[in-house]
Ligand binder design. Sequence first.
Ligand code: AMP
Ligand code: FE
Ligand code: FE
Ligand code: ZN
Length: 291
Amino acid sequence: MTSGASFSFMGPVDLHLHSDHSDGTEAPAEVMRQARAYGLRTAALTDHDRTTGWDEAGQAAVALGMTFIPGMELSAKHEWRSVHVLGYLFDPADADLVAETARIRGDRVGRAERIVRNIARDYDVSWQDVLEQTTLDATVGRPHIADALVARGIVRDRTEAFDGILHPREGYYEPHYAPDPVTAVRLITRAGGVAIIAHPATAGRDRMMPVPFIERLIDEGLAGFEVDHRENTAAGKRALHDLAVRHDLIVTGSSDYHGAGKPNRPGENVTTEAMLARIIERGTGSAPRHP
Ligand code: AMP
Ligand code: FE
Ligand code: FE
Ligand code: ZN
């Protein structure tokens, strides 16, 4: 830590929350109000592929007496797996990162339109319905398509949409552009940020990347893993924990709050203050905002 820093890091700490700048259902300030209401003292905003919510969330958090950690969840892809890389405390103006996130977001729009076109062959839903569920120029994803299906009365909630129509097995799915995880980790690290793989050990098709590949990411600057997350399997958490100890990595725990879009509640998993201190020490591209 830099000498002279007199604040102490405050728990409980939750480092993974989404607003309506991506696929959360609440504005950034409301996300911070919810975080405070659930007892958090430190929270990060980690919208998919964008940083536009930082200022609103940061101001709200500080006004609530909380510490705000600027973050993002960067979309990546390894073979068939969708890999999400959390970045903290990077420079939001870094040219390479700005260009890559713009490319991902741009491709997500055409991809969402293709998915909707596929679904519209069998169901009464249109691209206009999706736009009505999408605020600002939010990072568009399947959750917004799910919300359009809910508004049309075709499914009850996002969960039902993801278990059915939006699942790749149903045949409507289309992929979107995403960099490989090596590129994602490099982009965040070179922008002064701290790269942590989000929910690395989910069940099923998206199961963990092979350990030798993860070790390659560590060589590229990967700082750690989000171990305590409701979608990591118990066996996966043990494997990640062992790997983290072996390589002296950071481990985090977080909720992945999406407002009404998922059952996840702020603070359902938390990060220790010691691990937060390591993240703050390592991040050089932007600063935490303290009350
Ligand atoms: P996409 O990136 O467009 O393929 O959509 C993936 C996003 O959908 C992830 O960021 C999740 O937050 C969200 N998601 C995945 N599964 C579910 C689910 N069962 N219920 C609600 N949201 C989900
Ligand atoms: Fe999401
Ligand atoms: Fe994710
Ligand atoms: Zn997330």
